[in-house]
Design a protein around this ligand. Structure first.
Ligand code: M6R
Length: 609
């Protein structure tokens, strides 16, 4: 949510920043802007995507070797040129870009207005800029002014600041919102994620909450906003440039859907001990004892990650017999949940930066629970805040609609469930059967992908529908929710996921001949029950798109379209049944001419509450 790039060095800062912003655009794309601070301050900002900014920057012929840039997802104020970042003070001395929300901005604004400050935008960011300026007029030192201002700020921020009076300094700071330092040779960078600067350096320092970085061309220091010097560890970024490019696909989403045979495997590679029917989870070592003795597991997550948590509830209860609860992170934090030190709270997050999930984990830890993270982005806030965790190793997910992260989350959950099962009640033989089934999943995903053209033609047929219903039972109820979410977020068609049997308690009223109903009806112990639910839809002329098991000879009689998936253990079917739903959503959105990778109003990681 909002992307930040900062550069200090000898190169043309404009092109470094623009390239970085394009890579960060998936974080927010309401507006973009850039400020260069060599001698004087030049600011260029535009509503809309980075490409609009690029045109304006070319026309203005911006040049300089120190600058900051921003791509915005609007929180305070409409997405227009004025509200776009960077913001400057009234004298055009300092420029600032910001990711997060300054919660006490109204009080600070009032204070500043009394001192004669005049505001042009509706943003909390302009308030922070002026606030820093108010200290700068006294301290004449940018680092000190930023530090003093941040000590009084409430809320979340990742910021980058420059001043025309100090053309050799670039300052960054964070609380809540991610920010890292890229360490180069004769140049240094700030970025809200590593993809923005990867072509210049792989060496990064992840700033901690309330930490600042003071960068020059040739060096950097880090300190807390309380003015204590900190030790910074340089990490090497593991992914490469290729993984953040489209690789011949039309969209990142399609590329990421097609990556799933590999990404699913990457999550269990080296962890699944198939011949012993168990798993080795080195990342959980610090908490294994707590996990084994857990009285209850609570999953907390948002969006797609919450759907994988629901699957996790079913699998862990099935394999290990431990009570599991699943909480929306945004609700968990504010409802005073009963948590005990015997609870293990598992946060699931692709980005590792989702503000609600991060807050939920902090709350759980305050109440004495053990916190585990199933996170994709290495070094992210949730990964650092939790006591232990499992990285998904899915590689960067750029498409705003989460796809490969979901199936990797299911892989990680399977590993945890298998581990717990084996420590409690699962025999080695059963463990081996599950492990072998997991090993077959990548090729089964590939088999579904190989039949994408069938799904594409179904998508064409229903692309003009106004509503969709998704039905599933058991393990497939969360998949129904996920299918509906995918469709609505990228095609803007209203879609609802429902437990198939629950439909007759209300949603059945919606069904008529214009309603496509996607029913997940694989051959498991409730197959016949789902067939009955399908007949209820048919009786009201709904159009059935069935997701069924290969070789099912009965289902065609009840459905307009049948998409088959290979047979696997019921607990693994969500990994397979979700693939056609991802493809269906993708092709419907393309057919409707929607911007699949940057759907309206959304951003990839939601770092505000
Ligand atoms: O990064 P996270 O997994 O914590 O993100 C959670 C949700 O914001 C995310 O899954 C969102 O719902 C996606 N747009 C779904 O495709």
């Amino acid at each position: 949510m909002c992307g930040i790039v900062g550069y200090i060095g000898s190169k043309n800062a404009t092109s470094v920043i623009l390239t970085g912003l394009k890579r960060l655009e998936y974080r927010g794309y309401d507006s973009a802007g850039i400020a260069l601070a060599n001698g004087s301050l030049t600011v260029c900002k535009k509503a809309g995507k980075v490409v609009e900014l690029e045109k304006a920057v070319k026309a203005a012929q911006l040049r300089g070797t120190l600058g900051i840039g921003h791509t915005r997802w609007a929180t305070h104020g409409a997405p227009n040129d004025v509200n776009a970042h960077p913001h400057t003070d009234m004298e055009n001395t300092i420029a600032l870009v910001h990711n997060g929300i300054i919660e006490n901005y109204a009080a600070i604004k009032q204070r500043l207005q009394k001192q004669g400050y005049v505001f042009r935008s509706e943003t909390d960011t302009e308030v922070l800029t002026m606030f820093i300026h108010s200290f700068y007029t006294k301290t004449k030192n940018l680092e000190e002014a930023v530090r003093l201002a941040l000590c009084e700020v409430e809320g979340a921020f990742g910021i980058a600041v420059v001043s025309t009076l100090e053309p050799n300094v670039l300052i960054g700071a964070r609380r809540g919102s991610p920010l890292l330092v890229g360490v180069g040779e004769g140049e240094n960078f700030l970025a809200s994620d590593a993809s923005a600067i990867l072509q210049h350096t792989r060496n990064v320092i992840y700033l901690q909450d309330d930490e600042m970085a003071i960068l020059t061309k040739d060096g950097y220091t880090t300190k807390t906003i309380d003015n204590e010097t900190t030790d910074s560890i340089i990490h090497e970024v593991e992914f490469d440039l290729e993984s953040i490019e489209k690789g011949g696909f039309d969209h990142f989403m399609l590329k990421e859907i097609h990556e799933q045979p590999r990404t699913f495997k990457d999550c269990f590679r080296g962890r699944l001990l198939a011949s012993e029917g168990t798993v080795r989870l080195g990342g959980l070592n610090p908490v294994l004892d707590k996990l084994r003795r857990a009285q209850r597991i609570i999953f907390t997550a948002c969006g797609t990650s919450w759907h994988s948590a629901l699957v996790g509830e079913y699998i862990i209860e099935q394999l290990a017999g431990i009570p599991v609860e699943v909480e929306y992170a945004s609700e968990f934090r504010y409802r005073n949940p009963v948590i005990t030190p015997d609870d293990v709270v598992i946060a699931i997050s692709q980005s590792g930066e989702t503000a609600d999930t991060l807050a939920a984990i902090k709350e759980a830890k305050l109440k004495g629970a053990t916190a585990i993270g199933l996170v994709n982005v290495v070094g992210s806030s949730i990964a650092r805040e939790t006591d232990a965790g499992i990285y998904l190793h899915a590689g960067p997910e750029i498409g705003v609609a989460s796809t490969k992260a979901f199936t990797s989350q299911l892989a990680a959950i399977m590993l945890v469930a298998l581990y717990l099962g084996r420590t409690r009640r699962l025999s080695q033989r059963d463990g081996m059967e599950i492990a072998q089934a997991i090993e077959r999943v990548p090729e089964q995903i590939q088999a579904i992908l190989d039949h994408s053209s069938q799904i594409q033609s179904i998508a064409k047929k229903y692309a003009k529908a106004q509503n969709f219903l998704y039905l599933g039972r058991g393990y497939h109820f969360p998949v129904a929710l996920e299918g509906a979410l995918k469709l609505k977020e990228i095609s803007y068609i209203h879609a609802e996921g429902y437990p198939a049997a629950e439909m007759k308690h209300g949603p059945i009223a919606l069904i008529d001949e214009n309603m496509p109903v996607v029913c997940i009806a694989t051959q498991d112990e409730i197959y016949d029950k789902v067939l009955s639910n399908i007949q209820e839809v048919r009786a009201r002329n709904g159009k059935i798109i069935a997701i069924a098991t290969e070789g099912d000879t009965r289902i065609a009689e009840f459905a307009e379209h049948v998409i088959t998936i290979p047979n696997t253990l019921p607990m693994l079917t969500p990994v397979l049944s979700v693939i056609p739903l991802q493809l269906l959503a993708y092709y419907v959105a393309v057919e409707r001419g929607c911007n699949v990778d940057m759907p309206r109003n959304l951003a990839k990681s939601v770092t505000v509450e």
